[in-house]
Write a protein that binds this ligand. Structure first.
Ligand SMILES: C[C@](O)(CO)[C@H](O)COP(=O)(O)OP(=O)(O)OC[C@H]1O[C@@H](n2ccc(N)nc2=O)[C@H](O)[C@@H]1O
Ligand SMILES: Nc1ncnc2c1ncn2[C@@H]1O[C@H](COP(=O)(O)OP(=O)(O)OP(=O)(O)O)[C@@H](O)[C@H]1O
Length: 279
């Protein structure tokens, strides 16, 4: 059996620089890998079937990104290649933390190993992009600057730090944010050097704060502790701390209607680290 992590991510900044003909948006974003997330176990067999179980029954169906990722790899595998997969779901869902995308990326890497497909990381990322714009960065497994829809990646080394991630009791649909007429989608493309030295912001945040007052209220609370922003299209928000203790002190004061966790920022994802030990 192969057990691998599927870490969560933050978007430390997120600029939207235009809308493409297919409706997708060009972005400039800095993905930060975290040391916490989901965990998946894989047991390959020769049944030709993909059997999937999940700790959260509400997402245990065949439309789970884990199953869809496995199905995309089946044409590359022997006809009798099968697998049993168990997903221990921990990352808050629909929160801009990339949980489903990360699960898909971990599945692609795991089955590439267990079914002995020999696909390169780039090939896995190309396959993953069919499932979602956030999948490639998890396949590459590094804190990275992304352009395009999120698939053009270059690694970035950031100093060690800690985050308090807070998810208010609110749902924000990624598609609803990206189709909203008021979304800021005309940010000027900047060089990575300029982006790194400017104040960091998320272009989705003003709209989501308006559509979803809990996000604005949670940020007003969090910013008293440390510089804070929204990740992805929300609803999760985060604050950055130099040390773990300060992040845990803020977590202890968490408002009643929110969930929160403390995570360390990593330059290399726990998936990549685990894969290096697995081979
Ligand atoms: C906003 C981010 O969370 C930043 O990390 C991601 O880019 C979203 O990635 P994701 O959830 O994997 O997104 P997908 O599942 O590919 O797309 C969800 C919805 O967001 C829109 N979408 C997504 C990414 C992107 N660059 N432009 C878009 O317009 C798509 O039209 C789609 O309706
Ligand atoms: N393995 C999975 N884990 C979580 N959600 C999944 C999974 N597979 C499919 N989904 C569906 O996708 C929806 C959003 O999932 P996810 O948690 O990845 O969103 P997100 O954190 O907003 O992602 P992103 O930051 O990529 O936009 C869920 O509500 C669920 O219906």
């Amino acid at each position: 059996m192969l057990t691998l992590p599927a870490p969560a991510k933050l978007n430390l900044f997120l600029h939207i620089t235009g809308r493409r003909a297919d409706g997708y948006h060009n972005l400039q974003t800095l993905f930060r890998m975290l040391d916490v997330g989901d965990e998946l176990s894989f047991r390959a067999n020769q049944s030709g079937a993909i059997n999937f179980r999940c700790s959260d029954a509400s997402i245990a169906g065949a439309d789970n990104l884990v199953v869809r990722a496995a199905k995309l790899l089946q044409p590359f595998a022997a006809p009798d290649a099968g697998v049993e997969i168990y997903l221990e779901k921990r990352t808050p869902m629909g929160g801009g933390l990339g949980g489903g995308s990360s699960d898909a990326a971990t599945t692609l890497h795991a089955l590439n190993l267990q079914w002995q497909l020999g696909l390169s990381t780039q090939q896995l990322a190309d396959i993953g992009l069919k499932l979602g714009a956030d999948v490639p960065v998890f396949v590459f497994g590094q804190t990275a600057f992304a352009e395009g829809v999120g698939e053009q990646l270059q690694p970035v080394e950031l100093p060690d730090c800690w985050y308090l991630v807070v998810t208010p009791d609110a749902h924000v649909s990624t598609a609803a944010v990206f189709t909203h007429p008021d979304l800021i989608r005309d940010s000027k493309p900047l060089t990575l050097a300029d982006l790194m030295s400017s104040p960091w912001r998320n272009d989705c945040q003003p709209l989501v704060e308006r559509l979803c007052p809990q996000v604005a209220i949670t940020l007003q609370w969090l910013v008293e502790y440390a510089p804070s922003r929204m990740t992805g299209t929300g609803a999760s928000v985060f604050a950055e701390f130099a040390d773990e203790l300060s992040a845990r002190r803020a977590l202890a004061d968490l408002p009643a209607n929110c969930r929160g966790f403390v995570a360390r920022g990593l330059n290399q994802s726990p998936l990549l680290t685990a894969l290096r030990h697995a081979v």
